[in-house]
Design a protein around this ligand. Structure first.
Ligand code: DQA
Length: 156
């Protein structure tokens, strides 16, 4: 088994990718994005599990359960990014390094999308590269975890 396991969470309406506003979100479906992450994970020698939900509570529960199984989280919380104190609190509560990703550049869109409740508690945010945001997010998270785990090992 690989040393690092990552949980990828997709929030509301991301199950509609491919159909949903392709001029904003691109033509890749969620299945295609998850498949690409699976390929990336093999190259990076980590394991990845993906979950999509339209329900805030399901995402909160998944973050809680991640505590015993995953070293890192990638989250595209969709519209909950801009509304959910509960998801933010869950990320803080489990203290698992988390990268926030968005397909679109949320800062060039409507003003209500400019604020993220998650960004201040994430290690970083990647926004605006379409499906590549996930790929970049995974690479960045794995690099972060590898250096973090090395520092932790050499300190003990
Ligand atoms: C999104 C941006 C959000 O503002 C929006 O509500 C989404 C998708 C993105 O990936 O660009 O559902 O998170």
């Amino acid at each position: 088994m690989s040393e690092i396991s990552i949980l990828v969470l997709h929030g509301p309406n991301l199950n509609l990718l491919g159909l949903r506003e392709p001029e904003i979100y691109g033509s890749a479906t969620l299945t295609e994005i998850n498949r690409a992450l699976e390929l990336d994970s093999k190259k990076l020698q980590v394991s990845v599990d993906c979950l999509q939900s339209n329900c805030e509570g399901v995402l909160v529960d998944a973050i809680h359960k991640a505590r015993t199984k995953y070293q890192g989280i990638i989250i595209n919380a969709g519209a909950y990014t801009h509304t959910s104190v509960a998801i933010r609190d869950a990320v803080v509560g489990v203290a698992i390094p988390t990268v926030e990703v968005h397909l679109s550049n949320i800062y060039t869109r409507e003003e209500f999308r400019h604020h993220s409740y998650i960004a201040p508690v994430a290690i970083g945010q990647i926004s605006g590269f379409g499906a590549d945001s996930y790929h970049l997010g995974l690479q960045a998270l794995v690099n972060y975890l590898r250096s973090y785990l090395t520092v932790k090992k050499s300190a003990s």
